[in-house]
Design a protein around this ligand. Structure first.
Ligand SMILES: C[S@@+](CC[C@H](N)C(=O)[O-])C[C@H]1O[C@@H](n2cnc3c(N)ncnc32)[C@H](O)[C@@H]1O
Length: 252
């Protein structure tokens, strides 16, 4: 199929449009010893289609058309801007990242777009979210991967901060990559989310986290994350207020 031409997505108002009004997070981010963060735009990967179903959206990543069923029932049932940024990053850096046969876990996977892209790029993917999101997530993942010659993704419950040792024991669950998009916003589970990221990031794991920065609490979260893990800014999408970070364990 032909993918659409480049265009920018529309933007929402953000509380922290002017970062000078937000908590200083600069000390939380490690200097990259290779290159400065890339300044990017979100490309239009949404494919306009004539469809009788108003709740299905079509995207194009990694040369594949991906159909996502959305709904207004839940935060996790729509595609958020961080998912577009992370999907685009996975696609355009596929050679460097080399997801082929890597073990990947996505937290707060929502509609599953990022997990689907990672699967198409060759990874063994486990997509996780709250129980109430899993049905739609499973449906999107199955629909977009079942006839492809790729590792079939797994869908599992992962509630931040809950039963991590029981459900994802470190001895048997080591991931090469953790993926997270727009998991930080105004909600009451920021501390359990921090605990979860710290738990899942083992030596050798790379967390790729893309987030639209809207609220001062988003920057506070970033600061706390930088206190416990090594956070490097990989890319910024200034027109959408999205930042994309690489996060690893700190070396002693
Ligand atoms: C803003 S949505 C982002 C969804 C998707 N990553 C994207 O970018 O399109 C936040 C996601 O985090 C999930 N979430 C929120 N609180 C959670 C919790 N306590 N445990 C696990 N997942 C949670 C929601 O169900 C939702 O899928």
């Amino acid at each position: 199929m032909d993918c659409p031409t480049k265009e920018e997505f529309s933007e929402e108002q953000a509380e922290c449009q002017d970062e000078s009004n937000c908590p200083d997070y600069s000390s939380a981010i490690a200097e990259s010893n290779s290159e400065s963060p890339r300044i990017l735009k979100i490309l239009q990967k949404w494919v306009p289609t004539v469809s009788p179903y108003f709740d299905k959206e079509h995207y194009c990543y990694a040369d594949s058309q991906i159909t996502i069923q959305e709904s207004i029932d839940h935060f996790g049932a729509i595609v958020w801007p961080g998912a577009l940024a992370l999907s685009q990053y996975l696609e355009s850096n596929q050679q460097e990242l080399n997801l082929k046969d890597k073990k990947v876990l996505e937290i707060g996977a929502g509609t599953g777009l990022v997990s689907i892209v990672a699967s198409i790029l060759g990874a063994y993917v486990t997509a996780t979210d709250l129980p109430e999101v899993l049905e739609n997530l499973q449906m999107n993942i199955s629909r977009n991967t079942k006839h492809m010659n790729i590792h079939q993704p797994e869908v599992r419950k992962l509630v931040w901060g809950e039963d991590l040792n029981e459900d994802f024991p470190k001895s048997t669950h080591h991931y090469d990559f953790i993926l997270a998009s727009d998991v930080v916003y105004h909600h009451t589970c920021l501390d359990p989310l921090l605990t979860t990221l710290a738990y899942l990031c083992q030596p050798g794991t790379v967390l790729l986290w893309a987030n639209k920065f809207r609220f001062s609490t988003d920057f506070e979260f970033l600061k706390k994350l930088g206190n416990i893990l090594l956070v490097t800014l990989l890319a910024e999408f200034p027109e959408s207020n999205i930042k994309l970070f690489k996060v690893t364990v700190k070396e002693n």
